[in-house]
Structures are given as structure tokens and as C-alpha cells.
Design a protein around this ligand. Structure first.
Ligand code: FE2
Ligand code: FE2
Length: 337
């Protein structure tokens, strides 16, 4: 998963600019613009404006951090999954999210920023990641609802990124989206099963939907009117569809799914608008969103502390891999001599 709009700025100094600016070069700039206008791809070795590079590093690294931090809320349930089948599915899903983070760090590295720089920005709290992961997973139904709604929102956001103008990011997203689709379906299927169960199970699903619905709508980022960077992202072919348009698509796709499932979406203003041919929906609490983005959500500190601890605990693995590589290099040099 998981994007929020990704036009949320990191704290100052979070991602160092990749390389020294190549300066304003009108000839190269014109070639770049022409490629963008023709809907072509920009590759790592191509010249690109410094602002385009910086924007991509910020967006792709925030996306990578979101995948990695996104492993935590569901990872909490691996040891408590209700059956072997659910445990196997959940392990596979959480592992996929780790894989998504790794492809995305690799894609960001092609822009000249090292993984160490990106991880340092995350671990020191300067880099942002999707605010949705700063909420707790209270019951097993949360795992199903995250698959259905959070991964469902992620797919809406990420399918257009398969056409992003930056080649490595676009290609990474093709595989990521296929896996997100599996995540969404496993979540929905788990909920369908619970909704054929006891009254307690049904109530558990409804309660989880009530807690996650509005947070998922906020995942698409601030309204278009409050997203001043979106126009530039569109011009560069990084952003293809606006936040509000994506949010509307998500609402329109989800309402019929909720009906099949037998749950109520917690919005009294949610109704079909014949004129617009879309569902109308109520007001999102943007204060809550910004509180969570700015570090004050219920689990921000816990999530970050868990990531930092995991990184420190893994130090011996990194050291061992480097020592092994050095030994191998020394051996092959000796043999060559
Ligand atoms: Fe993912
Ligand atoms: Fe996912």
C-alpha cells in the first residue's frame, strides 16, 4: 500500500536533494518537456529538472516508508489469526508489503539518494508516511477491513501510478498493484465469512468499518482546492488523477460492496446523486488527519519506535552480509593473483 496524496511535505531537510543541480539548461529542459508532452518515460540516466527529481524522491520514499510501516498494524495479528489458513494469507500479505517497500526504495535510489539517507529520515521522524498506519488494529475484523478498505484505497491511488512518467516507479507499480488486488480480495473475503457468523462477529465487522471508513477517505489527501502542488505533479506526469476524483471513485466502488457485505458505511450524508451520477458523502475531519500526519495520532510514536528497534536489531545481519561480501571479494582477489 499506501499512499495518501504524497503531496504532503516532509519536515525541512528530510530528503537531501539527490545531486547538484545541473542548472537551468534550456535545451535539456525543452527535451524533457517534449518527452513529458509526448507521454514518454524519463529514465534514471536522463537529464531531469532538479525539482522533478526532488519531488519523486519525496513521493517514492514516502511511499516506501508507508509500505514498511504498514506491515506493523497487521503484523500484530499474525500470532493471533483465527485459523492456519488466515495466518498463511496474512503472513503472505505482510511479506508482500515488505517487498513493496524494497522495490520502492530501489526505485528511489535510482534518483541518487541512498537508502541510508531515506531510512535516517524515517527513523528520525523527519519523513512522512501514510497517516492510516497510526491507528490501532483492535480486533481480527480490523485485518479484514484493512484489506478491503485500506488496500482498496491504495489500489485506486496506485493504478494511475503505473503510468507515472518516471520509468522505475511506473514499472514497480505494475507488480505492486497486482499484489494489492490480492490484498483487497482476501480482506473482503474474510469479512464475507465473518458476516455469515454470529451476531458478535457481525458487530465486530461493523465496528471496524465504523472506525476505518473516514480514515480511508482521508488517505486520498487534502481536497484539490487545498493541494497546491497537485497541478505541478500533473504537469510532470507524476500525478494522473486528482485527490478528489480518486476519493469519489473509491466511494462509488465501495458503496455496492458494503451492500453485498451487509454493513452500513458510517455517513448519514452518503447517498446517490442522480444528477452527478456519483455518491455524495459527508465532511472529512481534516484536523484529525493533520494531527496524525504531524505525529500526534494514537500510534505514531509506537510505530516509529518499532521500526527503529527492528533496524537496530537487524544490524548484525547487515554486518554479517557485509563481512561475507568482503571475505568473498578477498578470496577471489587471492585466486586471481
Ligand atoms: Fe503494498
Ligand atoms: Fe497491500
Amino acid at each position: 500500500m499506501y499512499t495518501q496524496s504524497f503531496n504532503v511535505p516532509d519536515s525541512p531537510g528530510a530528503t537531501a536533494p539527490a545531486a547538484a543541480s545541473a542548472g537551468e539548461d534550456p535545451v535539456r529542459q525543452a527535451a524533457f518537456d517534449a518527452r513529458i508532452d509526448a507521454d514518454g518515460r524519463i529514465e534514471p540516466q536522463d537529464w531531469m529538472p532538479e525539482a522533478y527529481r526532488r519531488t519523486l524522491v519525496r513521493q517514492i520514499s514516502q511511499h516506501a516508508h508507508s509500505e514498511i510501516v504498514g506491515m506493523l498494524p497487521e503484523g500484530n495479528w499474525i500470532s493471533r489469526a483465527p485459523s492456519l489458513k488466515r495466518k498463511a494469507i496474512l503472513i503472505a500479505k505482510v511479506q508482500d508489503e515488505g517487498g513493496h517497500g524494497l522495490y520502492l526504495y530501489s526505485a528511489a535510489e535510482t534518483l541518487g539518494t541512498s537508502r541510508d539517507q531515506m531510512l535516517d529520515a524515517l527513523h528520525s521522524g523527519r519523513a512522512k508516511y501514510s497517516s492510516i498506519f497510526n491507528y490501532p488494529t483492535l480486533t481480527w475484523a480490523d485485518v479484514g477491513v484493512i484489506g478491503w478498505l485500506v488496500d482498496g484505497a491504495a489500489i485506486m491511488n496506485q493504478v494511475p501510478l503505473c503510468r507515472c512518467s518516471y520509468g522505475p516507479y511506473a514499472r514497480a507499480m505494475v507488480r505492486v498493484c497486482k499484489e494489492e488486488s490480492f490484498h483487497q480480495r482476501q480482506g473482503y473475503e474474510a469479512l464475507l465469512v465473518m458476516m455469515t457468523g454470529t451476531d458478535e462477529q457481525k458487530a465486530m465487522v461493523q465496528d471496524a468499518v465504523n472506525r476505518w471508513w473516514w480514515k480511508c477517505l482521508a488517505m486520498f489527501g487534502p481536497p484539490d482546492a487545498d493541494s497546491p502542488n497537485s497541478a505541478q505533479g500533473m504537469r510532470w506526469g507524476i500525478k494522473r488523477v486528482s485527490n478528489d476524483e480518486l476519493r469519489q471513485k473509491f466511494v462509488d466502488a465501495t458503496v455496492p460492496q458494503a451492500r453485498v457485505l451487509g454493513v452500513t458505511l458510517p455517513d448519514p450524508d452518503l447517498r446517490w446523486n442522480e444528477e452527478r451520477q456519483h455518491y455524495d458523502y459527508g465532511q472529512i475531519d481534516w484536523n484529525e488527519f493533520w494531527e496524525s500526519v504531524n505525529g500526534n495520532g494514537p500510534c505514531n510514536r509506537e510505530r516509529l519506535a518499532t521500526r527503529v528497534k527492528a533496524y537496530r536489531d537487524g544490524e548484525w545481519v547487515r554486518d554479517a552480509a557485509l563481512a561475507h561480501a568482503a571475505k568473498k571479494r578477498a578470496r577471489s582477489m587471492k585466486e586471481a593473483a
